[in-house]
Structures are given as C-alpha cells and as structure tokens.
Design a protein around this ligand. Structure first.
Ligand SMILES: NC(=O)c1ccc[n+]([C@@H]2O[C@H](COP(=O)([O-])OP(=O)(O)OC[C@H]3O[C@@H](n4cnc5c(N)ncnc54)[C@H](OP(=O)(O)O)[C@@H]3O)[C@@H](O)[C@H]2O)c1
Length: 291
C-alpha cells in the first residue's frame, strides 16, 4: 500500500490516476471532503480525510502502508513540523520507503520554503528510513497559462530578465511512479528534476506567443499586489513572508538546474516549456470548442 499526501494538489491530481492505472494499492490523504470525493472518483478506494498537522490524522494515514509519497502542501505555515512528523510517524509505522517531494536547491536559505525542505531532508536522512528525495525545479503550472492566453499578458512577481529552470509535473509524477515501483533501485537517492532550458519571463512570453499565434507580453507585477491577488487582503504573515522572499530572491539571482538526471530517469528527453504550453493551449482550445 502506497500513501500519497496532498493527493488532490498539483502533483497529486496527476500522480493518483497514474498509480491507479498501474494497479497500485493506494491510500490518498486530503484535507476536505470535496477533494476526497474527487480522488475516489479517480479510482482510489482508501482515503484519509483530515488535517495532517493533527498527529492522529498523520498516524491514521500511515497505518499499515509500505511506502509514502510525501508532498507538503504549498505555503503551509507548519510545513517544517508537518514534514518532521511525517518522517517520525512513518518510522514508527514501519514504512519501508519514504519518498519526499522536496525542491531544487533546497540549500537556498533565502527561500524560506527551501530552507524548510532542507531541514526535512536532513531529518529524513537521519531517521534511518529508506528514502528517495525528489527535487523538482519550478513547476510549469497550467493555471499560469490561462491569463496569458486570455489576456495576452504573462505576469510574474519578479525581475523579468532573470533566468529560471522549470519542470513539467507530468514528468515529475512519472518519475514518482517509477521510484515508488522500484524502491530498492532508488533507495538512498536524491534526484534533481529539471527540464531542458533556462528562460527569462521574456523568453517564456515569446514561447507562449508562438504557441498562441498572437503576441503575449511579459509584465512584472508588484510583489505586494501579487500577494493581495493570490493570498487575499489579509494573508497569513508566514505566507506573505515566503512570497516576498520568492520575489526578492528570483529578482536578484537566476534559479537554474540541469536536465541530465531527469533525462536519465525518464529514458527520454523531458518535456520542454514549449511542449507543455502547446499541450495546454490545445486543451484549452478544445474545451472552448465544447462549450
Ligand atoms: N510551485 C512550485 O513551483 C514548486 C516547485 C518545487 C516544489 N514545490 C513544493 O511542492 C509542494 C506542493 O506540491 P503541490 O503543489 O503538488 O501541492 P498542493 O497543490 O499545494 O497540495 C494541495 C493538497 O494538499 C492538501 N492539503 C492542504 N493542507 C492540508 C492539510 N493541512 N492536511 C492534509 N492535507 C492538506 C489539499 O487538500 P484539499 O484538496 O482537501 O484542500 C490538497 O489535496 C510545496 O511544498 C511546494 O513548496 C513547489
């Protein structure tokens, strides 16, 4: 039995159907009943619903599972404690393989959510559990494309001329499934998951323009406005701090990685940003056609 946390999140929505299709015995953990219904509809029979900051929920989720795919929910103020607890509870529950979805360059302490993951990696390393650590670069997210295709403006809250490496979550979850299916081969490994290419916001806007067949320009949004738009008028102070740190770090430094490890794991070229954008543009056109 494999436990997947954050099972209806960005990764979970892709990983769960992949594991179901592979015939894996699966337990999914989500916070809300609405998401529980959706993961059940995707074919998962065992679902734990609850807040994993509650140790009883974490213990229920881990009870009797052999493998864990642990993703900490985005911007959670208790991400560090939650990650430590996941490792400790897994150890107590006799989990045989703990796969931690961390982040590329977890050692970058300017980025708060990276420092947290660095600490969780260290805790995992010291736990005695068999582990694999996946370190994805910045996610290629379809929700970022929709406003670009609809309004002709691709917005980011950091300097438009800084380079970034990214990764398609379809590739990340393909690797997750490979690693979970062959624990022995991947135990003890830390894998950086990075697509080919390093792009500025201007480069990304040019790629999107080519895909959409019309001009899409890059625009920098003020970080405070970004926080209001995405976290609301009264954001949690921790989340606002993380968002400010992201804008500051990505404005003062490039964030780049190398695709060799991902290419080796997939045994093919990883998905490029252009391929990702093309796929989602076609999907959005097809769904418009159906409306
Ligand atoms: N965005 C990036 O570019 C990037 C890059 C590298 C690494 N990361 C890291 O990836 C992680 C996020 O991955 P993701 O985007 O796949 O996840 P996500 O979309 O943030 O996960 C959302 C899921 O987590 C569940 N959840 C939220 N809070 C919970 C709680 N307290 N207890 C139990 N379940 C809870 C939600 O349940 P409900 O659906 O029921 O609400 C939902 O299913 C973060 O740690 C982030 O730092 C992100």
């Amino acid at each position: 039995m494999i436990l997947v946390t954050a099972a209806h999140g960005n990764q979970g929505r892709l990983l769960v159907p992949r594991l179901v299709a592979a015939g894996a015995a699966l337990r999914a953990c989500v916070r809300t009943d609405a998401s529980a219904q959706r993961v059940r509809a995707a074919g998962v029979t065992e679902v734990v619903v609850g807040d994993i900051t509650d140790p009883r929920v974490m213990a229920r989720a881990m009870d009797g599972v052999a493998k864990v795919y642990y993703v900490g929910p985005t911007l959670h103020p208790e991400e560090r404690q939650m990650g430590f607890a996941a490792v400790d509870v897994a150890r107590a529950a006799g989990v045989k393989h703990f796969v931690f979805s961390s982040v590329l360059h977890a050692i970058t302490t300017d980025l708060i959510q990276h420092e947290v993951k660095r600490d969780i990696e260290e805790h995992l390393l010291s736990s005695g559990l068999e582990f694999t650590i996946l370190q994805p670069a910045n996610y290629m997210l379809p929700q970022r494309l929709t406003p670009a295709f609809e309004e002709g403006i691709f917005r980011l809250s950091w300097a438009l001329d800084r380079y970034q490496s990214m990764v398609d979550l379809s590739d990340v979850t393909e690797v997750a499934a490979i690693v979970l299916a062959d624990s022995e081969r991947h135990a003890g490994a830390t894998y950086e998951l990075v697509a080919p290419g390093r792009h500025t916001a201007y480069d990304l806007a040019t790629i999107l323009s080519g895909v959409a067949g019309r001009e899409i320009s890059a625009e920098r949004i003020d970080p405070e406005l970004f926080i209001k738009q995405f976290l609301g008028a009264n954001p949690h102070p921790y989340q606002a701090r993380v968002a400010r740190a992201i804008s500051a770090r990505y404005s003062s430094h490039d964030f780049i990685g190398n695709p060799n490890v991902l290419t080796w794991l997939l045994r093919r070229q990883p998905t490029t940003y252009a391929q990702f954008a093309q796929k989602h543009f076609e999907a959005s056109q097809a769904s418009k056609g159906r409306r």
